[in-house]
Write a protein that binds this ligand. Structure first.
Ligand code: ATP
Ligand code: MG
Length: 242
């Protein structure tokens, strides 16, 4: 099956994207991490961001998700109405709407919500838009499915994940993002802390997402994982120092 066609609809476009960090501890020196970066990601593609540590790979995902604000350029994300919304100009409300319906992000680390059980953290995206199309019980059933698929022992489901191992937290993060399929998926080293069996499960989840037309941009340190899931690689090279 061909997953990528040239007329596939772009889901994410980055145009002349630049990012500088102001380092307040160093007299507000500016650190340029991205300079005029361009990328188009279409339905069903999985683009790998590769390059040495510190090149700005995670920064690109954080910019796309609206965790970081761009210094200049455009980040266009397709919304559920088919319009391209510029994340660099979008209101907070519009960013939240895009996150809820149009894109999911698996960060390297789980942001733990104190005292909330793992199963509810995973179920939450199904309940968060206020319309609650599914009941809490249905959402928990779906969460249980993903927790089982990712081999989280049932004895942990009712516990808050603060004390979970790195690999367990990563799988909670994955379950939470995959429970509600969104057309754009951002993956930051999704298998970094996983054993081979769970890594294989995540590979299958990513391949299935692609076959449904989900557009994926990911950082994969492990070449063998990348080989299974990636359709194209974008190499990030050191910026020329001036
Ligand atoms: N919030 C921030 N404030 C200041 N500098 C930052 C911030 N976030 C990232 N950086 C800097 O931007 C550069 C790129 O970081 P980033 O995390 O995007 O790299 P990466 O390519 O994902 O690296 P790795 O492969 O190690 O994960 C680094 O030099 C980092 O120190
Ligand atoms: Mg990174």
């Amino acid at each position: 099956m061909t997953l990528q066609s040239t007329d596939a609809m772009p889901m994410l476009q980055m145009k002349n994207l630049s990012k500088q960090f102001l380092l307040h501890l160093q007299n507000s020196t500016a650190l340029t991490v991205l300079h005029n970066f361009n990328l188009t990601l279409s339905q069903g593609e999985c683009v790998r961001l590769s390059g040495p540590s510190g090149m700005g790979k995670s920064t690109i995902l954080k910019l796309a998700y609206g965790n970081y604000r761009a210094s200049s350029g455009e980040i266009l994300v397709r919304n559920t109405e088919g319009q391209l919304i510029d994340m660099t100009q979008a209101s907070a409300r519009s960013v939240l709407h895009l996150r809820s319906h149009s894109m999911a992000y698996v960060s390297q680390f789980l942001r733990v919500i104190p005292r909330v059980a793992a199963i509810d953290i995973v179920a939450e995206p199904l309940l968060e838009n206020g319309l609650d199309l599914v009941s809490r019980e249905q959402a928990r059933e779906e969460a249980a499915h993903w927790l089982s698929r990712l081999r989280i022992p049932e004895s942990l489901w009712q516990l808050p994940p603060a004390t979970f191992s790195g690999g367990e937290q990563q799988r909670i993060n994955l379950a939470r993002s995959f429970i509600k399929p969104r057309p754009l998926l951002l993956l930051d080293e999704p298998t970094a802390s996983l054993d081979p069996v769970n890594t294989q499960t995540v590979i299958e989840m990513i391949v299935q997402a692609r076959s449904k037309g989900i557009a994926i941009i990911g950082i994969f340190h492990d070449d063998s994982v990348a080989q299974e899931v990636v359709s194209r690689t974008v190499s990030m090279l050191p910026l020329e120092t001036s």
